[in-house]
Design a protein around this ligand. Structure first.
Ligand SMILES: *Cc1c(COP(=O)(O)O)cnc(C)c1O
Length: 223
C-alpha cells in the first residue's frame, strides 16, 4: 500500500476539484479494503465479472466505475450497482445499458470514450460520430442513461507534448459538444482523463476525474 503517495495525490486533486478513481483491476479485495479504510470510496475495474465479485465482498457505499471496453452481454452483471461507465464506445452498448438500467429500476450514468490517441488499437468515438449519435433517434429515445461527459486515453508515449495535445483535444471536444447539445446547467460536465503516468498533465488540461492504478496498487501482473 502506498499511503503517502495516496495522500499526496489526494491533496493535489482536491486543490483542483478533481475526483480520484482508484483503479483496482487485478488486485485483491484486501488491497481495496485498505484504501477504503483510509477514506477512498471510488474504485474502477475493467472487467464486469471481476467488478461484480468484488462488489459482493466489499462495503456497499463504494462507488464502482467501469473503465474497460465492454461487451454487451456483460452489462447485466454490473447494471444493478455500477455508478459510472467510462467506456461507452457504441450505440449498441448504450442501448443495452439503458435496457438493463430499466430492468433494475434505475438510471445509469455514462461517459463516451473518445479516440484521441495516435494508436489505432484504442477504442472510442470520433467527434463526428458523437454528433451523429446525439442526432440519432434511437439515442434520443433512451430514457434510463445519462451522458455525464467524455473519457479519453492518451497515446502510450514519453512525449509529454503529444500527451498534452491529446488531452487538450478531448477538452475541445467536450466544449464543442457542451455548447451544441447541452444547456449550461446540464449534468454533462465530466472529463475523465489522466492515469498514473500522465495525470498531472491531464489536470492542467481540464480533467475532472483521474483514473490511477499502479501508483496506488503497484505494478499489475497482467495488462
Ligand atoms: C488500467 C487502467 C488505468 C490505470 O492505469 P495506471 O497506469 O495503472 O494508472 C486507467 N484507465 C484505464 C481505462 C485502465 O484500463
Amino acid at each position: 500500500m502506498h499511503t503517502e503517495d495516496y495522500y499526496q495525490i489526494k491533496e493535489s486533486l482536491q486543490q483542483n476539484n478533481v475526483k480520484l478513481i482508484a483503479i483496482s483491476k487485478t488486485k485483491p479485495v484486501e488491497a481495496i479494503q485498505n484504501y477504503y479504510d483510509i477514506g477512498q470510496r471510488i474504485f474502477g475495474e475493467n472487467r464486469a465479472r471481476e467488478m461484480q465479485s468484488k462488489h459482493d465482498f466489499l462495503p456497499k457505499d463504494i462507488e464502482w466505475h467501469m473503465v474497460g471496453h465492454m461487451q454487451t452481454n456483460k452489462v447485466k452483471y454490473i447494471a444493478p450497482f455500477v455508478s459510472l461507465i467510462h467506456s461507452i464506445d457504441s450505440l449498441n452498448l448504450l442501448i443495452e445499458v439503458d435496457k438493463r438500467a430499466k430492468q433494475n429500476n434505475r438510471s445509469i450514468d455514462v461517459l463516451l470514450q473518445m479516440h484521441i490517441a495516435k494508436e489505432e488499437n484504442k477504442f472510442g468515438f470520433t467527434l463526428e460520430e458523437v454528433k451523429e449519435l446525439f442526432d440519432n433517434k434511437r439515442f434520443v429515445a433512451l430514457t434510463n442513461i445519462r451522458v455525464r461527459g467524455l473519457m479519453g486515453m492518451a497515446t502510450f508515449t514519453n512525449d509529454q507534448d503529444q500527451i498534452r495535445k491529446e488531452f487538450r483535444l478531448l477538452s475541445t471536444y467536450f466544449q464543442d459538444l457542451k455548447t451544441s447539445y447541452f444547456s449550461t446547467q446540464d449534468s454533462f460536465s465530466e472529463r475523465s482523463m489522466g492515469m498514473s503516468g500522465d495525470y498531472k498533465i491531464a489536470i492542467e488540461e481540464g480533467s475532472t476525474m483521474v483514473r490511477i492504478g499502479s501508483l496506488l496498487f503497484g505494478k499489475r501482473s497482467y495488462k
